[in-house]
Design a protein around this ligand. Sequence first.
Ligand SMILES: CC(C)(COP(=O)(O)OP(=O)(O)OC[C@H]1O[C@@H](n2cnc3c(N)ncnc32)[C@H](O)[C@@H]1OP(=O)(O)O)[C@@H](O)C(=O)NCCC(=O)NCCS
Length: 301
Amino acid sequence: MTAMTPEHPSPHWIRARVAHHVRDLDRSTRFYGGLLALPRRGGFGGHDGYDGQFFALPGGGELELTTGPGTVGDPTEEPLVLYVGTLPEVHAAAAGLEAAGVPAVAAANPYWNRWGRTFLDPDGRAVVVAATDGRAAADLRIEPYTGDRDALWELFELAEDSPTQLASYLTAGRVLVALADQDPVGHLQLVPREEGVGNEGAMEIKNMAVRPQWQGRGVGARLVAAAVELVTAERPAATMVVATAAADVGNLRFYQRQGFRMHSIERDAFTPATGYPSVLVIDGVQLRDRVWLDREPETTR
Ligand SMILES: CC(C)(COP(=O)(O)OP(=O)(O)OC[C@H]1O[C@@H](n2cnc3c(N)ncnc32)[C@H](O)[C@@H]1OP(=O)(O)O)[C@@H](O)C(=O)NCCC(=O)NCCS
């Protein structure tokens, strides 16, 4: 294997996905999402004739279910997908594998040929080396969203574990979306905060999320920057506030990187009484307490 020589350095993997081509997408979605209770992480429809659903796997990584023109049992329809950030990184990783004599094949699903290269492991199983997406986060457009909020349910769901809570605020306030072409890949919902944390006229980021394949590339930061700009233009003296789970240390880091500071902790905010599962664990920490963060108005920073 030459993928670790100076000419072919090891790829920098950023996420992984296991794909299953299924006969009946609804039935398999009920199996993995319902019976096995894997959290759903979005989906797509009509891409080169393929429909798909994504699920989070415990410990990281995703399961992708697809239906379409392919054949169940075709190894290239059941690949292990290893992601790097960009297409040049795909080509570099592919060069290392080719130099080592690993057989390359064309995938049945054109998506994998467009964004990756498919190889066969020693037992003939397919491994796709893919780019998360060729488009840069800087090429996205951030816009106010005026369409039907139900169409964004899957994005909102990424940030809300209680369907009851989500239904109660889905249509509230205003929403900014990050669009890749016409496709919303991230969103941020802003609502006025009546009382509690924040000054008079405070604005709360009630829900925000970025599709998993777009995370970690600056989309979330751009959405927060756009929200700050909007609030500053309309209510220059308003504090911005946001709440997140104490268990989600990644989110705590994210918001602090965007200029928020910790304000207070609401213990036992996430309970069955408020619509949350009785035991939910994020990265080994039980979901229980809510952390409020706030960001001073631009004028006083
Ligand atoms: C939280 C979320 C919106 C961030 O969006 P994103 O596009 O991935 O974030 P960005 O790429 O703009 O990240 C900006 C910075 O935050 C960091 N960051 C983002 N998510 C992080 C995480 N989970 N853990 C650690 N750091 C994280 C990034 O590394 C980056 O750091 P840098 O400034 O040092 O480069 C996104 O991860 C998401 O949708 N998560 C699932 C839904 C969710 O939890 N929403 C928030 C509910 S309160």
